[in-house]
Design a protein around this ligand. Structure first.
Ligand code: DAT
Ligand code: MG
Length: 138
């Protein structure tokens, strides 16, 4: 079985709302394994690399400001099919329409901020995961 790794972030809204344990519990209950974990106050340079695909979009600057608004929990998570599997646990980008049962659908809601605040990040492909894990875990 090819074990995969993905990067999960509990974003500043999730940390502020004391949802670190809730997110990690859902990951662990699914059967995935946390193999790296840290609390980080991310710097702009790191976030510009992490979100390089979104450079130039109208929400890019608000996204960086949001991600610098408080500490983030970064986790390396392992399991068979975990990249797709965690995206499925997280739910759709917009918490208003994310399905109930998902992290974003159950716990997130839109409150009219300049950028969508949706509690978690998960890598969107095996290649992204490799790139992002190098950025956050070296
Ligand atoms: P995801 O985090 O689901 O992979 P993404 O990579 O497209 O979504 O965008 C990164 C983050 O930016 C996302 O989690 C929330 C925010 N975002 C995305 N699209 C947005 C939009 N149209 N308006 C405001 N914020 C947005
Ligand atoms: Mg993305």
């Amino acid at each position: 079985s090819q074990q995969e790794q993905t990067l999960v972030l509990v974003k500043p809204d999730g940390v502020r709302r004391n949802l670190i344990g809730e997110v990690l519990a859902r990951i662990e209950r699914k059967g995935y394994v946390v193999t790296g974990l840290k609390l980080v106050e991310a710097e702009r340079e790191l976030l510009e690399k992490h979100y390089e695909e979104h450079v130039g979009k109208p929400f890019f600057e608000p996204l960086l400001e949001f991600m610098m608004s408080g500490p983030i929990v970064a986790a390396r998570v392992e399991g068979h099919g975990v990249v797709e599997g965690f995206r499925s646990l997280a739910g759709a980008t917009n918490p208003t329409t994310a399905a109930p049962g998902t992290i974003r659908g159950d716990l997130g809601r839109d409150w009219g901020a300049k950028v969508i605040e949706n509690i978690v990040h998960g890598s969107d492909s095996v290649d992204s995961a490799e790139r992002e894990l190098a950025i956050w875990f070296g």
